[in-house]
Design a protein around this ligand. Structure first.
Ligand SMILES: [Zn+2]
Length: 76
């Protein structure tokens, strides 16, 4: 069993532990494969602000699509 650094709180975290004992970071939560493959190469996805912005963008996109579908349904 190896110790890694928790990306959330920076504390020591066992690779066999499902989550960080300090902050509860879920290290085995399945991330999208794109994030996992590019994570080490670019370091881009390590920035939590970028992650939050990407999620928000997706949520907004779904909301807009949902609204449009509702509008189209009402016009009929
Ligand atoms: Zn942690």
């Amino acid at each position: 069993m190896a110790l890694i650094r928790c990306p959330e709180c920076g504390g020591e975290l066992s690779t066999t532990a499902p989550s960080c004992p300090k902050c509860g970071y879920q290290q085995h939560a399945p991330p999208p494969t794109v994030v996992r493959t590019t994570e080490g190469l670019t370091g881009k996805f390590l920035d939590p602000v970028n992650n939050v912005r990407g999620c928000l963008r997706l949520v907004v996109l779904f909301l807009i699509v949902g609204l449009l579908l509702c509008l189209v349904g009402n016009y009929r």
